[in-house]
Design a protein around this ligand. Sequence first.
Ligand code: GRF
Length: 208
Amino acid sequence: MKKIVVFASGRGSNAAALLEACRDGRIAGEPVLVFSDVPGAPVLAKAAALGVPQAALAPRDFPTRQAYEEAVIRILADYAPDLICLAGYMRLVGPTLLSAYGGRIVNIHPSLLPSFPGLHAQRQAVEAGVKLSGCTVHFVDAGMDTGPIIAQTAVPVYADDTEDSLAERILAVEHATYIEAVAGVCRDEWEIRGRRVWRRIGREGGDR
Ligand code: GRF
């Protein structure tokens, strides 16, 4: 059973979806901690309600990002995670955390990457006038939403969409997409080869 730590900064609907999927067996993982960079973030109460330990550290209490990430790593050491799931974690993962957990961090982003990385992905999509957007689950590398892609789900974008209406339509597919991708990670299904993520096992027709 993989030990999972979920990182989140806010509301935590993706975090809660992952925790619930672990609880009912859709993900063969054990959520050992929910970590937030925002003390008091609603996600921490959601974790408490689901019986998952929580921790929070505010970056402003540390002089540098390196010092912050070193403190985060000290917390994580007690939980020995196999996998870190970023779920609305509004912070770029720096080299310190990446060197400790590189290849074992995944993220969900509310666009079809590589379109619209970074903040306000749904607003970017509406303003660009695209007809399709969606969500992407990817391994985390040093860039902003640039790592190898595990899974994507598309939704339509309508001419009268607002940032909020599109965000709602995308969120409706995020949870299932993230659960399925993380379930695969926990089964060691995904293999990263360069930019591409291959499914090692478990699908008829072989390696794709
Ligand atoms: C989601 O849209 C996620 O894709 C993005 O931030 C949002 C977090 O929502 N990274 P929630 O906190 O999971 O409800």
